[in-house]
Write a protein that binds this ligand. Structure first.
Ligand code: TXA
Ligand code: MG
Length: 338
């Protein structure tokens, strides 16, 4: 299959929407990462996503909508918290897990009684969904297990020839995937941290839990609240090791391990004492920059032939929780104290 390169112009978005309506796969930019879209109301179209990504069929997809009203037919019940969250954070990088209605194809929710829904903020994404006239099911547009793409060329590196088209909308602003929160229990619970942070959620909802799997690996035999938690994720070809400590201790730790294929992902402004090739992560105190850089930096490491990547581990507050969550999964939870 020849993959069309489209722009985010009105004409190209109309063309992409036609492809979606025809049951084809189109990758498109969102404010978080690029999504791999198919019409979310048709089982056969949704199945193509799993095939193109090599995604396990028990890992459910997010339905993307372009108005709050479009949520109603997808859910059997809309709890008051859903309206509160939508008023505060939609459109934006927040996904809500709700009890699903019978209209949602089984392949979307992977057999679960729930459905994940998001109203993205990116202009091209909203226009595409509106023009398609149906919810768009979309995971991140990477091969299953690889870092999520935040640029169109990274989508093509994984998906060229496997999908009908990609819309190039430049770099994604947030850089890590949306926050996923379930409203199916008594107390709202964050299943995946992202651009809408836990303090932001608590400010509008009051009590909010954070699923233990956000910060720690699942114990053997433990069931994942979100099936995505149990798979290896975001991993480049290089071995990733998260290293905690000051700039001086990080440099000393990494320099002692210098050698063929060894590189460091370090905070901007802290590179001067490192004796190995360096990729910059953004400033230590700036989780927004780090979120925007992380996935691209992991792919750059592979481009440069990196075999072992030591990553300076950020703080876990606010958006930092999302950055560390992705980093720990990329590292298979391999963490060292410098
Ligand atoms: O920012 C994002 O959310 C991006 C863009 C494209 O919108 N999409 C994305 O999709 O990250 P994906 O498929 O890579 O991640 C969806 C996550 C997975 O961890 C999945 O297990 C979880 O959401 N999920 C989906 N439906 C669920 C459900 N019904 N219950 C619990 N978790 C669910
Ligand atoms: Mg993904």
């Amino acid at each position: 299959m020849k993959t069309l390169r489209l722009s985010a112009s009105g004409e190209d978005i109309a063309r992409a929407a036609e492809l979606i309506r025809g049951g084809e796969l189109v990758a498109f930019p969102t404010e978080t990462v690029y999504g791999l879209g198919a019409r979310g109301d048709r089982e056969d179209a949704v199945r193509k996503i799993f095939a193109a990504k090599g995604r396990p069929s028990d890992n459910p997809l997010i339905l993307h909508i372009a108005s709050f009203g479009a949520l109603l037919p997808l859910c059997s019940r809309v709890p008051p918290a859903a309206r509160t969250l939508a008023d505060a954070f939609w459109p934006g990088p927040l996904t809500m897990v709700l009890p699903r209605s019978e209209r949602v194809p089984g392949a979307v929710s992977a057999g679960l009684p729930t459905v994940a829904v998001r109203f993205p903020a990116h202009r091209a994404a909203r226009q595409l969904i509106a023009a398609a006239g149906v919810p768009i099911a979309a995971p991140s547009a990477n091969l299953s297990g690889s870092p999520s793409p935040t640029e169109a060329r990274r989508v093509l590196a994984d998906m060229d020839g496997r999908i009908a088209a990609v819309i190039d909308g430049g770099s994604c602003e947030v850089g890590v995937e949306s926050t996923v929160i379930t409203l199916c229990d008594d107390i709202p619970r964050v299943l995946r941290p992202g651009g809408i942070t836990v303090p932001m959620l608590r400010e509008v909802l009051g009590e909010v839990r954070v699923d233990p799997a956000v910060t720690a690996p699942l114990a053997p035999g433990q069931t994942a609240s979100s099936p995505g938690m149990k798979y290896r994720h975001y991993a480049p070809k290089a071995d990733v090791i998260a290293v905690r400590g000051s700039a001086e201790r990080f440099a000393r730790y990494v320099n002692a391990r210098a050698g063929e294929g060894v590189m460091a992902l370090c905070f901007t402004g802290e590179e001067q004492n490192l004796a190995v090739p360096v990729i910059l992560f953004g400033e230590r105190g700036d989780p927004r920059q780090q979120a925007r850089r992380l996935f691209e930096a992991l792919r750059e490491a592979d481009d440069k032939g990196c075999r072992t990547l030591y990553v300076a581990c950020p703080r876990e507050d606010g958006l930092g929780l999302a950055v560390v969550n992705r980093l720990m999964r990329a590292a298979g939870f391999h963490e060292e104290e410098a």
